[in-house]
Design a protein around this ligand. Structure first.
Ligand code: PLP
Length: 399
Protein backbone atom coordinates (compact mmCIF):
# COMPACT_ATOMS: atom_id res chain seq x y z
CA UNK A 1 0.00 0.00 0.00
CA UNK A 2 1.62 3.27 -1.01
CA UNK A 3 1.34 6.79 0.37
CA UNK A 4 -1.12 8.88 -1.66
CA UNK A 5 -0.99 12.57 -0.76
CA UNK A 6 -4.15 13.41 -2.76
CA UNK A 7 -6.07 10.82 -0.82
CA UNK A 8 -4.57 12.10 2.46
CA UNK A 9 -5.59 15.67 1.67
CA UNK A 10 -9.21 14.66 1.18
CA UNK A 11 -9.27 13.58 4.84
CA UNK A 12 -8.43 17.10 6.11
CA UNK A 13 -11.49 19.38 6.13
CA UNK A 14 -9.30 22.40 6.94
CA UNK A 15 -7.52 22.13 3.58
CA UNK A 16 -10.72 23.02 1.74
CA UNK A 17 -9.94 26.68 2.57
CA UNK A 18 -7.18 26.54 -0.06
CA UNK A 19 -4.46 27.64 2.37
CA UNK A 20 -1.00 26.05 2.15
CA UNK A 21 -0.30 25.16 5.78
CA UNK A 22 3.39 25.25 6.69
CA UNK A 23 2.81 25.79 10.40
CA UNK A 24 2.56 22.12 11.38
CA UNK A 25 5.58 22.40 13.74
CA UNK A 26 3.30 24.68 15.75
CA UNK A 27 0.33 22.36 15.39
CA UNK A 28 -0.85 20.15 12.56
CA UNK A 29 -4.23 20.15 10.86
CA UNK A 30 -6.58 17.37 11.90
CA UNK A 31 -8.13 14.62 9.76
CA UNK A 32 -11.88 14.08 9.85
CA UNK A 33 -11.34 10.70 11.55
CA UNK A 34 -9.80 12.37 14.61
CA UNK A 35 -12.49 15.03 14.90
CA UNK A 36 -15.16 12.35 14.55
CA UNK A 37 -13.61 10.25 17.32
CA UNK A 38 -13.64 13.30 19.62
CA UNK A 39 -17.29 14.02 18.76
CA UNK A 40 -18.32 10.36 19.13
CA UNK A 41 -16.81 10.21 22.59
CA UNK A 42 -18.54 13.40 23.67
CA UNK A 43 -21.93 12.37 22.36
CA UNK A 44 -21.91 8.77 23.63
CA UNK A 45 -22.94 8.30 27.26
CA UNK A 46 -19.83 9.08 29.26
CA UNK A 47 -18.99 9.07 32.96
CA UNK A 48 -15.87 8.92 35.07
CA UNK A 49 -13.79 5.77 34.63
CA UNK A 50 -15.37 2.75 36.25
CA UNK A 51 -16.83 -0.70 35.71
CA UNK A 52 -20.50 -0.43 36.71
CA UNK A 53 -22.26 1.42 33.90
CA UNK A 54 -21.68 1.35 30.16
CA UNK A 55 -20.76 5.04 30.39
CA UNK A 56 -18.07 4.29 32.99
CA UNK A 57 -16.73 1.41 30.95
CA UNK A 58 -16.59 3.64 27.88
CA UNK A 59 -14.38 6.15 29.71
CA UNK A 60 -12.19 3.32 30.96
CA UNK A 61 -11.85 1.86 27.47
CA UNK A 62 -10.92 5.25 26.05
CA UNK A 63 -8.06 5.68 28.54
CA UNK A 64 -6.76 2.13 28.20
CA UNK A 65 -7.06 2.38 24.42
CA UNK A 66 -5.16 5.65 24.25
CA UNK A 67 -2.31 4.31 26.40
CA UNK A 68 -1.99 1.34 24.05
CA UNK A 69 -2.12 3.59 20.98
CA UNK A 70 0.76 5.70 22.32
CA UNK A 71 2.64 2.51 23.21
CA UNK A 72 2.25 1.31 19.62
CA UNK A 73 3.35 4.67 18.24
CA UNK A 74 6.47 4.88 20.40
CA UNK A 75 7.11 1.23 21.32
CA UNK A 76 6.94 1.67 25.04
CA UNK A 77 5.05 0.14 27.96
CA UNK A 78 1.39 1.23 27.96
CA UNK A 79 1.60 1.18 31.77
CA UNK A 80 4.09 4.05 31.62
CA UNK A 81 2.04 6.39 29.41
CA UNK A 82 1.01 9.53 31.32
CA UNK A 83 -1.55 11.95 29.88
CA UNK A 84 -1.34 15.65 30.64
CA UNK A 85 -2.61 19.01 29.48
CA UNK A 86 0.53 19.75 27.48
CA UNK A 87 4.15 18.70 27.12
CA UNK A 88 5.11 21.85 29.02
CA UNK A 89 2.86 21.02 31.94
CA UNK A 90 4.01 17.41 32.27
CA UNK A 91 7.65 18.47 32.05
CA UNK A 92 7.14 20.96 34.87
CA UNK A 93 5.36 18.30 36.94
CA UNK A 94 8.08 15.72 36.39
CA UNK A 95 10.85 18.24 36.99
CA UNK A 96 9.45 19.00 40.45
CA UNK A 97 9.06 15.30 41.25
CA UNK A 98 12.56 14.41 40.05
CA UNK A 99 14.17 17.36 41.79
CA UNK A 100 12.90 16.27 45.20
CA UNK A 101 16.15 14.43 45.78
CA UNK A 102 18.52 16.78 43.96
CA UNK A 103 21.07 18.35 46.29
CA UNK A 104 23.49 21.27 46.21
CA UNK A 105 26.37 20.30 43.96
CA UNK A 106 24.24 18.05 41.77
CA UNK A 107 24.23 18.97 38.08
CA UNK A 108 21.64 19.16 35.33
CA UNK A 109 22.48 19.45 31.62
CA UNK A 110 20.29 21.38 29.19
CA UNK A 111 20.90 22.57 25.63
CA UNK A 112 20.45 25.80 23.70
CA UNK A 113 18.85 23.82 20.86
CA UNK A 114 15.77 23.01 22.90
CA UNK A 115 12.29 24.45 23.09
CA UNK A 116 12.05 26.32 26.39
CA UNK A 117 9.70 23.67 27.79
CA UNK A 118 12.68 21.32 28.01
CA UNK A 119 14.98 23.97 29.50
CA UNK A 120 13.22 26.25 31.97
CA UNK A 121 11.49 23.59 34.11
CA UNK A 122 14.93 22.00 34.68
CA UNK A 123 16.71 25.31 35.26
CA UNK A 124 14.12 26.43 37.79
CA UNK A 125 14.02 23.05 39.55
CA UNK A 126 17.82 23.06 39.72
CA UNK A 127 17.86 26.58 41.16
CA UNK A 128 15.43 25.58 43.89
CA UNK A 129 17.53 22.53 44.76
CA UNK A 130 20.83 24.42 44.68
CA UNK A 131 21.96 22.26 41.76
CA UNK A 132 24.17 23.57 38.97
CA UNK A 133 22.91 23.95 35.40
CA UNK A 134 25.35 23.05 32.63
CA UNK A 135 24.56 24.44 29.19
CA UNK A 136 25.42 22.79 25.89
CA UNK A 137 25.42 25.00 22.82
CA UNK A 138 25.02 23.89 19.21
CA UNK A 139 27.09 24.79 16.17
CA UNK A 140 25.71 28.04 14.77
CA UNK A 141 26.53 27.20 11.15
CA UNK A 142 25.35 23.62 10.93
CA UNK A 143 22.81 23.63 13.73
CA UNK A 144 24.33 20.36 15.01
CA UNK A 145 24.36 19.37 18.67
CA UNK A 146 27.58 17.44 19.17
CA UNK A 147 27.72 14.35 21.37
CA UNK A 148 31.19 15.39 22.54
CA UNK A 149 29.93 18.80 23.64
CA UNK A 150 27.28 17.10 25.76
CA UNK A 151 29.83 14.63 27.13
CA UNK A 152 32.09 17.51 28.13
CA UNK A 153 29.39 18.78 30.52
CA UNK A 154 28.81 15.41 32.22
CA UNK A 155 30.23 14.41 35.58
CA UNK A 156 29.48 11.95 38.34
CA UNK A 157 27.21 14.64 39.80
CA UNK A 158 25.00 14.84 36.68
CA UNK A 159 21.47 13.85 37.66
CA UNK A 160 19.66 14.58 34.43
CA UNK A 161 20.38 15.37 30.78
CA UNK A 162 17.47 17.06 28.98
CA UNK A 163 17.62 17.46 25.21
CA UNK A 164 15.51 17.41 22.12
CA UNK A 165 15.14 14.62 19.58
CA UNK A 166 14.56 17.32 16.95
CA UNK A 167 14.79 21.11 16.99
CA UNK A 168 11.43 22.75 16.27
CA UNK A 169 13.20 25.59 14.42
CA UNK A 170 16.29 24.14 12.71
CA UNK A 171 14.99 20.60 12.35
CA UNK A 172 18.29 19.24 13.75
CA UNK A 173 18.03 15.60 14.79
CA UNK A 174 20.83 15.03 17.30
CA UNK A 175 22.25 11.55 17.82
CA UNK A 176 19.84 10.82 20.67
CA UNK A 177 21.07 7.28 21.32
CA UNK A 178 24.72 8.37 21.57
CA UNK A 179 23.93 11.28 23.89
CA UNK A 180 21.72 9.03 26.02
CA UNK A 181 24.48 6.42 26.24
CA UNK A 182 26.98 9.05 27.41
CA UNK A 183 24.49 10.36 29.98
CA UNK A 184 23.81 6.86 31.27
CA UNK A 185 27.53 6.19 31.57
CA UNK A 186 27.70 9.21 33.87
CA UNK A 187 24.77 7.80 35.87
CA UNK A 188 22.29 10.46 34.74
CA UNK A 189 18.68 10.17 33.66
CA UNK A 190 17.74 11.15 30.12
CA UNK A 191 14.70 13.33 29.39
CA UNK A 192 13.97 13.65 25.67
CA UNK A 193 11.64 16.15 24.03
CA UNK A 194 10.05 14.08 21.28
CA UNK A 195 7.50 16.71 20.25
CA UNK A 196 9.05 17.71 16.93
CA UNK A 197 10.48 14.33 15.91
CA UNK A 198 7.45 12.10 16.40
CA UNK A 199 5.34 13.63 13.56
CA UNK A 200 8.16 12.96 11.08
CA UNK A 201 9.82 9.62 11.79
CA UNK A 202 9.33 6.17 13.28
CA UNK A 203 10.26 6.34 16.97
CA UNK A 204 11.33 3.64 19.41
CA UNK A 205 11.79 5.03 22.92
CA UNK A 206 14.09 2.21 24.03
CA UNK A 207 16.28 2.51 20.92
CA UNK A 208 16.59 6.25 21.56
CA UNK A 209 17.75 5.50 25.11
CA UNK A 210 15.26 7.91 26.63
CA UNK A 211 14.33 7.25 30.25
CA UNK A 212 11.53 9.74 29.89
CA UNK A 213 10.14 11.14 26.65
CA UNK A 214 7.48 13.79 26.25
CA UNK A 215 5.36 14.67 23.23
CA UNK A 216 2.20 16.42 22.08
CA UNK A 217 -0.44 14.70 19.93
CA UNK A 218 -1.54 18.01 18.40
CA UNK A 219 1.73 17.99 16.45
CA UNK A 220 0.96 14.59 14.91
CA UNK A 221 -2.59 15.16 13.62
CA UNK A 222 -4.22 14.70 17.03
CA UNK A 223 -5.86 16.91 19.66
CA UNK A 224 -4.32 19.34 22.11
CA UNK A 225 -2.84 17.57 25.10
CA UNK A 226 0.52 16.26 26.26
CA UNK A 227 2.02 12.82 26.83
CA UNK A 228 4.91 11.55 28.91
CA UNK A 229 6.25 8.03 28.58
CA UNK A 230 8.66 6.22 30.88
CA UNK A 231 9.20 2.77 32.30
CA UNK A 232 6.52 2.17 34.97
CA UNK A 233 9.29 1.17 37.43
CA UNK A 234 10.89 4.59 37.02
CA UNK A 235 7.55 6.33 37.57
CA UNK A 236 6.97 4.20 40.70
CA UNK A 237 9.97 5.87 42.29
CA UNK A 238 8.61 9.40 41.78
CA UNK A 239 6.10 11.04 44.08
CA UNK A 240 4.45 14.16 42.69
CA UNK A 241 2.03 16.15 44.83
CA UNK A 242 -1.42 14.63 44.55
CA UNK A 243 -4.84 14.68 46.15
CA UNK A 244 -5.59 12.26 49.00
CA UNK A 245 -8.42 10.37 47.24
CA UNK A 246 -6.82 10.25 43.78
CA UNK A 247 -5.16 7.05 42.61
CA UNK A 248 -1.57 6.42 43.66
CA UNK A 249 -1.17 3.85 40.90
CA UNK A 250 1.24 4.47 38.05
CA UNK A 251 0.57 6.16 35.65
CA UNK A 252 -2.56 7.67 37.27
CA UNK A 253 -0.44 9.14 40.07
CA UNK A 254 0.80 11.77 37.60
CA UNK A 255 -2.57 12.56 36.04
CA UNK A 256 -4.12 15.31 38.12
CA UNK A 257 -7.89 15.60 37.91
CA UNK A 258 -10.19 14.00 35.36
CA UNK A 259 -8.61 13.08 32.06
CA UNK A 260 -9.90 14.65 28.81
CA UNK A 261 -11.49 11.43 27.52
CA UNK A 262 -12.60 12.95 24.23
CA UNK A 263 -9.07 14.15 23.47
CA UNK A 264 -7.61 10.78 24.34
CA UNK A 265 -10.06 9.15 21.91
CA UNK A 266 -8.81 11.65 19.34
CA UNK A 267 -5.22 10.66 20.02
CA UNK A 268 -6.03 6.99 19.49
CA UNK A 269 -7.71 7.97 16.22
CA UNK A 270 -4.62 9.99 15.22
CA UNK A 271 -2.34 7.01 15.82
CA UNK A 272 -4.74 4.77 13.87
CA UNK A 273 -4.85 7.33 11.10
CA UNK A 274 -1.05 7.59 10.89
CA UNK A 275 -0.75 3.80 11.03
CA UNK A 276 -3.12 3.43 8.09
CA UNK A 277 -1.52 6.04 5.84
CA UNK A 278 0.69 3.64 3.95
CA UNK A 279 0.24 0.20 5.42
CA UNK A 280 -2.39 -2.46 5.83
CA UNK A 281 -0.18 -4.84 7.82
CA UNK A 282 -1.67 -6.84 10.67
CA UNK A 283 -0.60 -5.20 13.89
CA UNK A 284 -0.65 -1.48 14.56
CA UNK A 285 3.04 -1.13 15.47
CA UNK A 286 4.06 -2.62 12.10
CA UNK A 287 1.64 -0.30 10.32
CA UNK A 288 3.01 2.68 12.27
CA UNK A 289 6.57 1.82 11.24
CA UNK A 290 5.71 1.33 7.56
CA UNK A 291 3.55 4.45 7.39
CA UNK A 292 5.97 6.70 9.26
CA UNK A 293 8.75 5.56 6.92
CA UNK A 294 6.50 6.45 3.96
CA UNK A 295 5.72 9.87 5.48
CA UNK A 296 9.43 10.44 5.96
CA UNK A 297 10.10 9.67 2.28
CA UNK A 298 7.24 11.88 1.12
CA UNK A 299 8.41 14.79 3.26
CA UNK A 300 12.08 14.31 2.32
CA UNK A 301 11.29 14.61 -1.39
CA UNK A 302 9.27 17.79 -0.91
CA UNK A 303 11.80 19.22 1.52
CA UNK A 304 14.69 18.74 -0.90
CA UNK A 305 12.77 20.90 -3.41
CA UNK A 306 11.85 23.43 -0.70
CA UNK A 307 15.48 23.82 0.41
CA UNK A 308 16.80 24.04 -3.16
CA UNK A 309 14.17 26.63 -3.97
CA UNK A 310 14.87 28.76 -0.90
CA UNK A 311 18.64 28.56 -1.52
CA UNK A 312 18.17 29.84 -5.06
CA UNK A 313 16.32 33.01 -3.97
CA UNK A 314 18.69 35.95 -3.51
CA UNK A 315 18.24 37.55 -0.11
CA UNK A 316 17.03 34.42 1.68
CA UNK A 317 19.19 33.36 4.59
CA UNK A 318 18.60 29.83 5.82
CA UNK A 319 19.60 28.92 9.37
CA UNK A 320 21.20 25.57 10.14
CA UNK A 321 22.24 22.81 7.78
CA UNK A 322 22.22 19.68 9.92
CA UNK A 323 23.00 16.30 8.37
CA UNK A 324 19.90 14.64 9.83
CA UNK A 325 16.88 16.83 10.05
CA UNK A 326 13.13 17.02 10.06
CA UNK A 327 11.55 18.85 7.09
CA UNK A 328 11.61 22.22 8.84
CA UNK A 329 13.21 25.33 7.33
CA UNK A 330 14.05 28.50 9.28
CA UNK A 331 14.90 31.60 7.27
CA UNK A 332 14.92 35.38 6.96
CA UNK A 333 14.46 37.54 3.87
CA UNK A 334 16.88 40.47 3.47
CA UNK A 335 15.26 43.87 3.80
CA UNK A 336 12.01 42.47 5.19
CA UNK A 337 10.98 42.11 8.79
CA UNK A 338 9.79 38.67 9.81
CA UNK A 339 6.35 40.07 10.35
CA UNK A 340 6.24 41.59 6.87
CA UNK A 341 7.34 38.29 5.37
CA UNK A 342 4.79 36.24 7.32
CA UNK A 343 2.03 38.72 6.52
CA UNK A 344 2.78 38.76 2.81
CA UNK A 345 2.87 34.99 2.71
CA UNK A 346 -0.44 34.83 4.60
CA UNK A 347 -1.97 37.27 2.10
CA UNK A 348 -0.94 34.82 -0.63
CA UNK A 349 -2.64 31.96 1.22
CA UNK A 350 0.56 30.52 2.63
CA UNK A 351 0.71 30.05 6.41
CA UNK A 352 4.34 30.22 7.52
CA UNK A 353 4.60 32.29 10.71
CA UNK A 354 7.72 33.94 12.11
CA UNK A 355 8.90 33.73 15.70
CA UNK A 356 11.42 32.13 18.04
CA UNK A 357 8.67 29.54 18.54
CA UNK A 358 9.71 29.25 22.19
CA UNK A 359 13.15 27.97 21.13
CA UNK A 360 14.25 31.27 22.62
CA UNK A 361 17.76 30.11 23.54
CA UNK A 362 18.31 28.84 20.00
CA UNK A 363 17.02 32.05 18.47
CA UNK A 364 19.30 34.18 20.64
CA UNK A 365 22.28 31.88 20.07
CA UNK A 366 21.73 32.21 16.30
CA UNK A 367 21.81 35.99 16.64
CA UNK A 368 18.10 36.27 15.85
CA UNK A 369 17.33 37.68 19.29
CA UNK A 370 13.72 37.45 20.36
CA UNK A 371 12.51 38.04 16.80
CA UNK A 372 13.43 34.65 15.39
CA UNK A 373 12.76 33.92 11.74
CA UNK A 374 10.15 32.54 9.36
CA UNK A 375 9.52 28.82 9.74
CA UNK A 376 8.17 26.48 7.10
CA UNK A 377 7.51 22.91 8.15
CA UNK A 378 6.03 20.03 6.22
CA UNK A 379 3.30 17.59 7.18
CA UNK A 380 1.89 14.42 5.61
CA UNK A 381 -0.74 16.54 3.83
CA UNK A 382 1.78 18.94 2.25
CA UNK A 383 1.99 18.58 -1.53
CA UNK A 384 4.26 19.84 -4.30
CA UNK A 385 1.83 22.65 -5.12
CA UNK A 386 2.06 23.95 -1.53
CA UNK A 387 5.85 24.02 -1.81
CA UNK A 388 5.77 25.90 -5.14
CA UNK A 389 3.35 28.43 -3.67
CA UNK A 390 5.63 29.02 -0.69
CA UNK A 391 8.65 29.45 -2.97
CA UNK A 392 6.77 31.84 -5.26
CA UNK A 393 5.62 33.83 -2.23
CA UNK A 394 9.12 34.09 -0.80
CA UNK A 395 10.57 35.01 -4.20
CA UNK A 396 8.07 37.84 -4.47
CA UNK A 397 8.90 39.14 -0.99
CA UNK A 398 12.64 38.94 -1.71
CA UNK A 399 12.29 40.56 -5.15
C1 PLP B 1 9.90 20.90 20.19
C2 PLP B 1 8.78 21.29 21.10
N1 PLP B 1 8.82 20.93 22.37
C3 PLP B 1 7.83 21.23 23.23
C4 PLP B 1 6.74 21.98 22.84
C5 PLP B 1 5.69 22.30 23.85
O1 PLP B 1 4.57 21.51 23.65
P1 PLP B 1 3.21 21.83 24.43
O2 PLP B 1 2.52 22.91 23.69
O3 PLP B 1 2.46 20.52 24.39
O4 PLP B 1 3.57 22.22 25.81
C6 PLP B 1 6.66 22.40 21.50
C7 PLP B 1 5.53 23.23 21.05
O5 PLP B 1 5.64 24.00 20.13
C8 PLP B 1 7.70 22.05 20.61
O6 PLP B 1 7.67 22.40 19.33
Amino acid sequence: MSFDVDQVRRDFPALSDGVAYFDSPGGSQVPRQVAEAVARTMTAGLANRGTVTAAERRAEAVVVGARQAVADLLRCDAGGVVFARSMTQVTYDVSRALAQDWRAGDEVVVTRLDHDSNIRPWVQAAERAGATVRWVAFDRESGELSVDDVRAELSDRTRLVAFTAASNVLGTRPDVAAIAAAAHEAGALVYVDGVHLIPHAPVDVAALGADLLACSPYKFLGPHHGVLVAAPELLEGLHPDKLVPSSDQVPERFELGTLPYELLAGTTAAVDYLAGLASDAGDRRTRVLESMAAIERHEETLFARLLDGLRSITGVQLYGDPARRTPTAYFTVAGRSNREAAEQLAAAGVNAPASHFYAIEASRWLGLGDEGAVRAGLAPYTNADDVERLLAGVAEIAG
